[in-house]
Design a protein around this ligand. Structure first.
Ligand SMILES: Nc1ncnc2c1ncn2[C@@H]1O[C@H](COP(=O)(O)OP(=O)(O)OP(=O)(O)O)[C@@H](O)[C@H]1O
Length: 703
């Protein structure tokens, strides 16, 4: 095809794109004018009838809302507002874009990609072309059209003069270098993906598929689609949860690039306001913390005597010293906890039980010179300042992080875990809590559980009590949640990498989606959770009743990995996963991944060499993936190497991420790291789009 044909087609599209931007400038001016007029209307002393004013205000709000979204979309970083065109058999052409734009005569200059009319852009295939003759993907940089890629779907219906340019937008898109942020795929969504994106909002929508099949991309585009369809109901009430802050960062630009800014994106460690946990426990520790057995451990620990509580109550009444010792106080505490009221609402009950215990003491001491009256004693002691001072220290407000921190004391942990966890498990937990000051991602779910079990701490009246130690993990400025604090219910919850959620984490999310519909995205083959049955139970409880609509979509094409890379990665789990459950990688690079075995003393140099090689081979990012406990060491080996493009990541932190090239360091370490080591290695080996080197010290390092 001569270059001049391509240029002519680019020029044709440029003319249309120019018209779109000219119209947008008009719309922007109109919206601003309308906003100002609406403002004057709202504040002026006009004589319009109330109803008329209300309807104008409504119109103004609608227009200003539209204009605001339009401006936000225009101002977002993306690669052009218009990205597609359909030529249909009835002679119509339709331009597809991130937002719909109407002309002055109300004709469509651009059709929103989420509108029903645009569905054919994604659903038409060569086998089933519907009414589409030609599908064109338009590449823009800002307002400039730089290229077009066509697919001719109905050659039989194509007019003589119709030009067809390029070899397919998908393959071109997949070959592009990757950066630190995921890009939207609006221009090249494939049919199987589109079906999942446009599934109805209600009930539970499950999207599964192997690595690189676009599950995350599909989930995010689905959110944009649902907001387009049901903005009034869902606006501000959608939560997307991913495994780590690195992951949420990585995907954070996708929705804004589609003009959607009202979605709350959180990682598992910061679902709960006020806690920002980032460090990841070793797999065996995470497995204990995530197990439902922890529920019983937590219920026990919150019933323990707080470490700051006084161990003796002494009070004088009628010349007698009434005394409750440590074990008597513990009995009183037990009696209070037998009631169903949450501890933070039980102080009055605690006071009553203490007074009753004091009365029993007084009865014991009753004799010639001491004849106490029950009512009088309860009233007198209950009104004493010394009694209240004791009560506040003995039954303090309990912040969930404070109560969890009691388990850092091995003796308290052993008591709370007796006959629930094994001695070895207790030791593992103890050692891990001793190693870190802050909270881990798995701890966040425990803190959330305690928050609910303890109930909200009473608001301090004058000064904060010493024990109210809500610990915030990071020194970053507190992020302002889109929703009011502790109003944590959402109407749609998207869970990514769902295969890794522990039952305790499912409980945490379930609390936020009591009335929600769900999109659950994951790949069982990539799971790092050892007890699939327990996790499934936790998930079923979180997403609710079996009577709900439940639809499943399976994505089967791996768009990320070069076929050569995926073939080697798949070998690691072939005997764990049925062949038909592995995705099909569509893109070949002609370059095989390498596996190098070196001596332990040469490992650092070999890793450095492999990193240098791939940095020279690819333009985008390089991930060096190693066992969690070696991240610091390996980063040291690569100190100063291409800081802008090279990242050293731990095996459990690379979930969901993507690089142009990867270096897998010492695969044996990844295998040994946890009972699901083989799946972890599979995840690590499926992160690269173009190149992969595996470097290890063991000849048979790959299964
Ligand atoms: N239709 C498409 N057009 C262009 N790129 C696509 C398409 N579908 C997926 N991709 C790209 O493929 C890569 C993998 O997508 P994504 O991360 O969503 O896969 P995933 O199934 O969530 O993977 P994993 O399970 O490994 O985390 C991304 O770079 C994404 O942009």
């Amino acid at each position: 095809m001569p270059e001049s044909v391509r240029q002519t087609e680019i020029d044709v599209e440029q003319t249309h794109v120019d018209r779109v931007y000219a119209r947008l400038a008009e719309l922007r001016a109109e919206a601003e004018q309308m906003r100002d007029r609406g403002h004057a209307l709202a504040h002026g002393a006009g004589s319009e009838a109330r109803m008329e004013r209300a309807s104008m205000l409504f119109e103004r709000d609608a227009l200003v809302g539209y204009a605001t979204r339009l401006l936000a979309a225009l101002d977002s970083e993306h690669e052009g507002l218009v990205f597609g065109r359909l030529d249909l058999t009835d002679g119509q052409t339709l331009h597809i874009g991130r937002l719909g734009v109407r002309d002055t005569d109300l004709g469509n200059l651009v059709t929103d990609w989420r509108a029903p009319a645009a569905a054919a852009f994604y659903q038409a295939t060569a086998q089933d072309p519907e009414e589409v003759i030609r599908r064109r993907v338009i590449h823009c940089t800002g307002q400039r059209v730089v290229d077009v890629e066509d697919e001719l779907l109905r050659p039989d219906a194509a007019p003589e003069d119709m030009q067809v340019v390029g070899e397919g937008a998908l393959i071109a898109a997949l070959g592009r270098a990757r950066g630190d942020a995921m890009r939207d795929i609006v221009a090249t969504i494939q049919r199987e993906q589109d079906e999942a994106i446009r599934a109805p909002a209600g009930g539970v929508t499950e999207i599964t598929g192997g690595p690189g099949t676009g599950k995350t991309a599909v989930a995010l585009h689905r959110v944009a689609y649902l907001l387009y369809r049901e903005r009034r109901r869902l606006g501000g009430a959608v939560l997307v949860v991913g495994p780590s802050p690195t992951f949420t960062n990585y995907i954070s630009r996708v929705l804004p690039s589609m003009g959607e800014h009202s979605v709350e994106l959180r990682s598992l460690g910061d679902v709960l306001d006020g806690v920002r946990a980032t460090h990841v426990d070793p797999a065996p520790v995470a497995a204990i913390k995530g197990s439902l057995r922890m529920l019983r451990v937590l219920r026990r620990v919150m019933r323990q005597t707080p470490p700051t509580a006084p161990t003796e109550l002494r009070i004088t009444y009628g010349g007698q010293v009434l005394k409750l010792n440590e074990s008597e106080l513990a009995e009183v505490r037990k009696a209070v906890h037998r009631k169903p009221t949450p501890p933070n609402k039980s102080r009055v009950l605690a006071a009553e039980e203490l007074l009753e215990a004091l009365w029993r003491k007084a009865e014991e001491y009753a004799g010639d010179g001491f004849q106490p009256d029950r009512e009088e004693l309860l009233t007198d002691l209950g009104e004493r300042m010394e009694f209240h001072r004791f009560l506040v220290r003995w039954w303090p407000p309990m912040a969930p992080t404070w109560v969890l921190s009691w388990l850092r004391d091995p003796e308290r942990l052993a008591r709370a875990a007796r006959r629930i966890l094994s001695a070895q498990e207790v030791q593992l937990l103890s050692e891990e809590w001793a190693r870190h000051e802050g909270w881990s991602v798995a701890d966040a779910a425990l803190i959330d559980e305690l928050r609910v079990q303890l109930g909200p701490p009473p608001k301090p009246r004058r000064r904060r009590p010493e024990t109210d130690v809500e610990i915030v993990q990071s020194r970053e400025p507190e992020r302002k949640p889109l929703r009011p604090e502790h109003f944590d219910e959402y109407l749609h919850v998207v869970v990514d990498e769902a295969q890794d959620l522990s039952p305790m984490q499912w409980r945490m999310l379930g609390r936020r989606g009591g009335y929600a519909s769900w999109t659950i995205v994951g790949d069982p083959a990539q799971t790092s959770w050892p007890d699939a049955e327990e996790a499934a139970k936790g998930r079923a409880e979180a997403v609710g009743g079996s009577g709900r609509a439940h639809r499943r979509y399976e994505l089967r094409t791996n768009y990320r990995n070069a076929a050569e890379i995926f073939a080697l990665a798949a070998d690691t789990i072939r005997d764990l996963v049925a062949e038909e459950d592995l995705p099909h990688a569509v893109r070949k690079t002609g370059v095989d991944p390498t596996v190098r075995t070196v001596s332990a003393s040469d490992l650092a140099a070999a890793v450095r060499e492999a990193a240098d090689e791939v940095l020279a081979d690819v333009d985008g990012t390089v991930g060096v993936i190693t066992a969690m406990n070696r991240v610091g060491e390996v980063a040291g080996w690569l100190d100063g190497v291409a800081r802008d493009r090279l990242r050293v990541v731990g095996s459990l932190e690379c979930k969901g991420l993507e690089y142009d090239a990867t270096v897998i360091v010492e695969p044996g370490d990844l295998l040994a790291e946890s009972p699901t080591g083989r799946r972890t290695l599979y995840v690590a080996m499926t992160r690269a789009t173009q190149r992969m080197h595996v470097v290890g010290t063991d000849d048979g390092c790959l299964p």
